[in-house]
Design a protein around this ligand. Structure first.
Ligand code: FAD
Ligand code: NAD
Length: 471
C-alpha cells in the first residue's frame, strides 16, 4: 500500500464483520483495504470459534451415536476406536478450506488484504506492523473498526491453553482428559462439554446462575436442555461459584461454593475450561491516539448508524454493542457499508436467531417468556413435543419441543423456542416469520411437508389456539 493513496474504506480486522464489509464494499465499487494480524482471514469464527467447534460437535456426535445409539437401530458395529488426531485434522481441513475461500473472495472483489496489526496514528491514518516484518501506512476516507472479542479470563487462574484453557485450547486438546471442569454453563461451556463428554471425559459444568444456557435462553427450554444433557453424562453444579483455582499439583483444583453461601467443595480435573463470556478486544488499536472512548464493558461506543464520535470512523461486530454472534456481525457489516455508500441500512435486532449446537440443538428467536414477563407483555403459549412428531419418531430422536409465544390479541409471533434435532435449521423458518410480522395463524395455515420435523413448528402454531392435530 502506498501511503499517498487514500482508500474509500480501511477495515481493521478480517473476522466475519471485517471480511464481509470488505466484500460488500468491493461489490459497491469502493477502494478497500482489510488489515488482519492473525495470518488468516475469518477471525474468531472461522479459525477458533463457530467452524472448528461445529466440526468437533458433528464428529463427536457421530462417534457417540455409533457407540451408544446404533444397536437398537439394527446397526451392529465391531471395534469402534477414536482417532483424536484425525478428528482434529478433519476440523483443520474444514477451517483451512473456509479461510482460504474468504481470501479468494477478497481478491475476487478487488480488496487489498494486508497481513499485519493496525494502529490508529491519526483519524485517517493507520500504521500497520506487518506480520512479515517492517511497517506500512494506510490512509482511509472511512475507517471501520472490526477487531472482535477475546475470552474473559478468570481472575487468579493463569490460562496456558493446555491445562487451563479457553475455547481456543478446548478445540485443540491432544488427549481426551479423564476429567474436565467447565467454568460457565453458557453456549461455549455446553458445546465444549458435549464434545469432550462424548469422547470419554467426565465433565462437570459449574454455573453461577440457577440456569444453564447463558443469557437469552428461555427458562423452560434451558431446564429441558439441562435434563437431556445430564442424561448424556454431563454433571451440573448450578447456583455454584468458583472461589479460586490452583494449578500447582498434578491436577487443576477449583474451590467452589454454593452461590447463595453454603457448602464448599474442591473439584479436581486434568483440564479446566474457562467459558464465562467474551469481552471486546481493542488491544494495540491506539484508540487513545484519536480520543475514542470505550463504555464500562470495553465496547466501542457507536450510534445507530455505527458511527463513533468521529463520524468517518465506524464500528461493527463483537467489539461493539449487541449479541456476540457471527451472523449479527455479518448483518451489521452489510448495513454499515450501505450507510457509508447510500446513507441507509438495516438490521432488525429483535430478530437475530441464536443456536446452541448440542444434541439436541437449542434454537430461538425473538423474546423468551422471562423477557415478556419482565416487559409486562401479555402472551399466549403454544407447544408441540417432538415425541408426537412422525419424523422424530421415525428417527428415534424424540427429545424436545417447539414453543411459540404469540400476542393474545393480535396473534403476532413474539418468540419461537425450539429444543430438538435440527433446531438450528428449523429456526430459519421462525426467523423469517418473525421478520415478516407473521401471526401464529399464518404459520398454522402454511402447508408443511410430511414427514418433517418442521411440522412440529406448524403444530405449535396451531396449539397457540389450542388446536394441534397430533397432540
Ligand atoms: P472476530 O471474529 O473476533 O474478528 C476480529 C479479527 O480482528 C480477529 O481475527 C483479530 O485477529 C483481528 N484484529 C484485532 N485487532 C486487530 C488489529 N489491531 N489489527 C489487525 N487485526 C486485528 N457465533 C455464531 O454465530 N455461531 C457459532 O456457532 C459460534 N460459535 C463460537 C464458538 C466459539 C468457541 C467462539 C469463541 C465464538 C463463537 N461464536 C459463534 C461467536 C463468533 O465467533 C463471533 O461473534 C464472531 O467471530 C465475531 O466476528 P468479528 O468479526 O466481530 O470478530
Ligand atoms: P455466555 O455469556 O453465553 O455464558 C457464560 C456463562 O458463564 C453464563 O451462564 C454465566 O452466568 C456464567 N458465569 C459467568 N461468570 C461465572 C463464574 N465466575 N462462575 C461460574 N459461572 C460463571 O458466554 P460464553 O459461553 O463464554 O460465550 C461467549 C460468546 O460467544 C457468547 O456471546 C456466545 O453467544 C458466543 N458463542 C456463540 C455460539 C453459538 O452461537 N453457537 C457458540 C459459542 C460462543
Amino acid at each position: 500500500a502506498s501511503a499517498a493513496e487514500e482508500k474509500d474504506l480501511v477495515i481493521i480486522g478480517g473476522g466475519v464483520a471485517g471480511y464481509v464489509a470488505a466484500i460488500k464494499a468491493g461489490q459497491e465499487g469502493m477502494k478497500v483495504t482489510c488489515i488482519e494480524k492473525r495470518g488468516t482471514l475469518g477471525g474468531t469464527c472461522l479459525n477458533v470459534g463457530c467452524i472448528p467447534s461445529k466440526s468437533l460437535l458433528n464428529n463427536s456426535h457421530l462417534y457417540h451415536q455409533i457407540l451408544h445409539d446404533s444397536k437398537h437401530r439394527g446397526i451392529e458395529v465391531g471395534d469402534v476406536k477414536l482417532n483424536l488426531a484425525q478428528l482434529m485434522k478433519a476440523k483443520d481441513t474444514s477451517v483451512n478450506g473456509l479461510t482460504k475461500g474468504v481470501e479468494f473472495l477478497l481478491k475476487k472483489n478487488g480488496v487489498e488484504y494486508i497481513k499485519g496489526a493496525g494502529t490508529f496514528q491519526d483519524e485517517h491514518t493507520i500504521k500497520v506492523q506487518l506480520n512479515d516484518g517492517g511497517e506500512t501506512t494506510v490512509v482511509g476516507n472511512n475507517i471501520l473498526i472490526a477487531t472482535g472479542s477475546e475470552a474473559t479470563p478468570f481472575p487468579g487462574l493463569h490460562i496456558d491453553e493446555k491445562r487451563v484453557v479457553t475455547s481456543t485450547g478446548a478445540i485443540a486438546l491432544t488427549e481426551v482428559p479423564k476429567k474436565m471442569t467447565v467454568i460457565g454453563g453458557g453456549i461455549i461451556g455446553l458445546e465444549m462439554a458435549s464434545v469432550w463428554s462424548r469422547l470419554g471425559s467426565e465433565v462437570t459444568v459449574v454455573e453461577f446462575l440457577d440456569q444453564i444456557g447463558g443469557p437469552g435462553m428461555d427458562l423452560e427450554i434451558a431446564k429441558a436442555a439441562q435434563k437431556i444433557l445430564k442424561k448424556q453424562g454431563i454433571i451440573f453444579k448450578t447456583g455454584t461459584k468458583v472461589l479460586s483455582g490452583n494449578t500447582s499439583g498434578e491436577l487443576v483444583t477449583l474451590d467452589v461454593d454454593a452461590a447463595k453461601g453454603g457448602k464448599q467443595e474442591t473439584l479436581d480435573a486434568d483440564v479446566v475450561l474457562v467459558a464465562i463470556g467474551r469481552r471486546p478486544y481493542t488491544g494495540g488499536l491506539g484508540l487513545e491516539n484519536i480520543g475514542l472512548e470505550l463504555d464500562e464493558r470495553g465496547r466501542v461506543i457507536i450510534d445507530s448508524e455505527y458511527r463513533t464520535k468521529i463520524p468517518h470512523i465506524r464500528c461493527v461486530g463483537d467489539v461493539t454493542f449487541g449479541p456476540m454472534l457471527a451472523h449479527k456481525a455479518e448483518e451489521e457489516a452489510v448495513a454499515v457499508v450501505e450507510y457509508i455508500k447510500k446513507g441507509y441500512g438495516h438490521v432488525n435486532y429483535g430478530c437475530i436467531p441464536s443456536v446452541m449446537y448440542t444434541f439436541p440443538e437449542v434454537a430461538w428467536v425473538g423474546q423468551s417468556e422471562q423477557d415478556l414477563k419482565k416487559a409486562g407483555i401479555k402472551y399466549r403459549i403454544g407447544t408441540f413435543p417432538f415425541s408426537a412428531n412422525s419424523r422424530a419418531k421415525t428417527n428415534l430422536d424424540t427429545d424436545g419441543m417447539v414453543k411459540i409465544l404469540a400476542d393474545p390479541e393480535t396473534d403476532r409471533l413474539l418468540g419461537i423456542h425450539i429444543i430438538g434435532p435440527n433446531a438450528g435449521e428449523m429456526i430459519a423458518e421462525g426467523t423469517l416469520a418473525l421478520e415478516y410480522g407473521a401471526s401464529s395463524e399464518d404459520v398454522a395455515r402454511t402447508c408443511h411437508a410430511h414427514p418433517t420435523l418442521s411440522e412440529a413448528f406448524k403444530e405449535a402454531a396451531m396449539a397457540t389456539h389450542g388446536k394441534a392435530i397430533h397432540f
